[in-house]
Write a new protein. Structure first.
Length: 345
């Protein structure tokens, strides 16, 4: 008898350990305790108590009822355990702990924005204010007020996106110059970072939309020396090393004199390489002394005041600083490009 009950206990525990679902536990219960032919039920039913004497009856009776309550407890525990696991999995979804974790994308900052935030910081440090201006502009602020002649090719359908209303999408951030002088008067130190638009044929260095940062300083006695020192301070911080700059004459209707500011080549430090076409210099930004007609349009007296202005291509600067070979990558929406840039400034 004892051998039988031990074997049944063992078999029961073994089968319960295999059970993963509530109905598998129920199958085990039926197999051992089922009314019809559960093995424990059958054992109890098949025991002929009448053939046993009083003491034997007590021993066998105890053993069998002990077996039965052992089985009931074991089955109840197993059912609770299986149900708890099932509930947990329902809550979490099925979890395979051997799978690699999911990467959390925290996003990154477009390198042009990084450059813009950086420029704003540097210029604020030199006492410049930051003004956004408008992407939709009037012909007056974008061209007339800047001394761009009526027949200047830049006004052409070829270059400018005109709106049905007669307004246009600004072709440069210079459009904010006269607005700012009228709004704030002089002395004025300001930058106008923002998006510009041109009707361009696309290639690796031309996009229909790009980002500039215009700079303007107007006061009594501003000279080219001020322009150069501001530029040098800026570029030293952008490129984190000493850089040389040089001015070449350049023509823009809104400055007189106008310049092209070149930067000593960062790749070869002026020795000459493919990037600088063996000249040792890379063209960086156009600039100049604000044209008297522009000052007049802004209500500033050119007899008493002067100023410098520059048009920094932020997209171009980002390409130079990060070695980005194609302007079309910036607005490509391609995550493989963006993920290379950090999420913090
Ligand atoms: N607005 C010009 C452009 O987009 C760039 C420029 C040239 C800006 C000379 C200036 C400047 O402020 O002085 O091509």
């Amino acid at each position: 008898m004892t051998a039988d009950t031990d074997a049944l206990r063992e078999a029961l525990l073994h089968e319960l350990a295999e059970a993963r679902e509530p109905d598998e536990v129920e199958r085990v219960r039926v197999k051992f305790l089922g009314q019809k032919d559960g093995s424990i039920t059958t054992l109890i039913r098949g025991t002929n108590f009448g053939a046993l004497d009083k003491d034997e009856r007590r021993v066998v009776g105890n053993e069998l009822s002990g077996l039965k309550s052992f089985a009931e407890t074991a089955i109840r525990d197993a059912r609770q355990q299986v149900e708890a696991v099932a509930a947990r999995q329902r809550r979490r979804g099925l979890v395979d702990l051997t799978l690699p974790g999911e990467r959390v994308n925290v996003g990154s900052i477009n390198p042009v924005n990084t450059i813009q935030l950086f420029l704003e910081d540097v210029f604020r440090g030199m006492g410049f204010m930051v003004e956004q201006g408008f992407e939709v502009e009037t012909e007056y602020y974008n061209f007339d007020a800047l001394n761009v002649a009526r027949d200047h090719p830049a006004r052409d359908m070829q270059d400018t996106f005109w709106l049905d209303s007669g307004a246009l999408l600004r072709t440069h951030t210079s459009a904010t110059q006269v607005r700012a002088m009228r709004k704030y008067g002089t002395p004025l130190r300001a930058i106008f970072p923002g998006r510009c638009f041109r009707y361009e044929a696309l290639d690796a260095s031309h996009e229909t939309s790009f980002y500039q940062c215009e700079g303007l300083m107007v006061d009594r006695g501003v000279t080219v020396a001020n322009l150069l020192s501001v530029m040098q301070t800026l570029l030293r911080q952008v490129f984190e090393r000493d850089v040389s700059v040089r001015l070449r004459p350049g023509y823009f209707p809104f400055v007189e004199p106008g310049f092209e500011l070149d930067l000593s080549c960062l790749i070869c430090s002026g020795e000459g390489c493919r990037v600088c076409k063996h000249s040792g210099w890379v063209e960086l930004m156009p600039c100049g002394m604000v044209h008297p007609r522009v000052l007049e349009a802004a209500g500033v007296d050119p007899e008493t005041h002067s100023g410098f202005a520059f048009g920094l291509g932020m997209t171009r600067l980002a390409m130079l600083k990060y070695g980005i070979p194609d302007i079309r990558l910036f607005d490509s929406g391609d995550w493989r490009f963006y993920r290379q840039f950090p999420a913090t400034v």
